[in-house]
Design a protein around this ligand. Structure first.
Ligand code: FES
Length: 327
């Protein structure tokens, strides 16, 4: 079949431009096969990365019709189907370099920021003592099993290329690094757990920088599900705090408790419970007192509270959701 490849090309420090190549291709050929043929038969100056040609090394990640994927994994037929392109009218497949990384030439990007972000999570098992043990560290089959999914990561960068968190926040270390972080937290041989908790939960460079856009899960060719791994770290971080010491957690808990008891938020209690820590934090109460007085004097303070007529249904709905949600 005749097929067009529209490839985004770029010389160092020059603006990018699209170049189109026509190819007589077999639908079973991979996108990498097609790129090889373009390079060998039509234009030797086209630059792209490849190595194993077998979904192992992670070198050949590109944006194929706007979606980050391994060029050696996707074939022409599947790509046409995914993009709803018909074989009959000379379909065009667009090829662009990975996102979130600077282009060196054509489809070759500078992977340095990707590796630096991985380095930032200390991506190796850390022991308190540097002394070598007399024998290897053994794991049970169950302990090893827990590492399998994340252990499948080939560091191809498809998740990083799609990551909206990375796009808006250069400090965010990215889904590839945090999936690896979850693997290390799960590994019983590692002894740097507390430092890892502190690092991975710090500001928005760790798990709290994830925008939960789900694209990393959608494009990962190895089904590592980076966003799910980030979610596991968040759950564990939240479980370490309690509502008495953590104001963000208290905010969430008070909101749910009040809606459960009255169908909607009783604003008279909300500030007192969240900022005033249920009346324990006198400094907190003092800080919201002026606001309360201003609201009172302008008639905005809700002196009375009337429960919603639908309280029972709202409570049942919340309890149903809570019973389905891991704590
Ligand atoms: Fe190795 Fe594609 S060339 S993963």
């Amino acid at each position: 079949m005749q097929i067009q490849f529209q490839i985004l090309r770029q010389a160092p420090n020059k603006p990018s431009y699209a170049q189109t190549y026509c190819l007589e291709a077999d639908p079973s050929q991979t996108i990498l096969d097609c790129l090889n043929r373009i390079k060998w038969e039509q234009d030797g100056s086209l630059a792209f990365r490849k190595n194993c040609r077998n979904t192992i090394c992670g070198s050949c990640t590109l944006k194929i019709n706007g979606r980050s994927a391994l060029a050696c994994k996707e074939n022409v037929e599947a790509e046409l189907k995914r993009a709803h392109l018909s074989e009959a009218d000379m379909p065009t497949i667009t090829i662009a370099p990975m996102g979130n990384l600077p282009v060196i030439k054509d489809l070759v990007v500078d992977m340095q920021p990707f590796w630096q972000d991985l380095q930032a999570i200390t991506p190796y098992i850390s022991r308190e003592s540097p002394a070598l043990p007399e024998r290897e560290f053994l794991q049970s089959p169950a302990e090893r099993e827990a590492l399998n999914q994340v252990g499948n990561c080939i560091l191809c960068g498809a998740c990083y290329s799609e990551c909206n968190g990375k796009l808006v926040n250069p400090d965010f270390v990215g889904p590839h690094a945090l999936a690896k972080a979850q693997r290390l937290l799960e590994d019983g041989r590692d002894q740097a757990t507390q430092k890892r908790w502190d690092d991975y939960g710090e500001g928005i460079k760790g798990v709290w920088g994830c925008t939960r856009c789900y694209l990393c899960n959608a494009v990962c060719p190895m089904e590592v599900a980076p966003m799910d791994q980030i979610g596991k770290i968040k759950q564990k971080l939240l479980a370490q705090k309690n509502a008495q010491t953590s104001r963000p957690l208290r905010h969430r808990k008070v909101l749910i408790d009040l809606v459960k008891s009255g169908g909607w938020v009783d604003e008279r209690k909300f500030g007192l419970y969240v900022v005033g820590n249920y009346g324990r934090d006198l400094k907190g109460i003092a800080s919201i007192l002026p606001l309360g007085l201003r609201m009172l004097s302008s008639g905005k303070f809700p002196v009375f509270f009337e429960a919603s007529a639908g309280t029972e249904s709202v409570r049942a709905l919340i309890e149903h959701l809570q019973s389905d949600t891991p704590s």
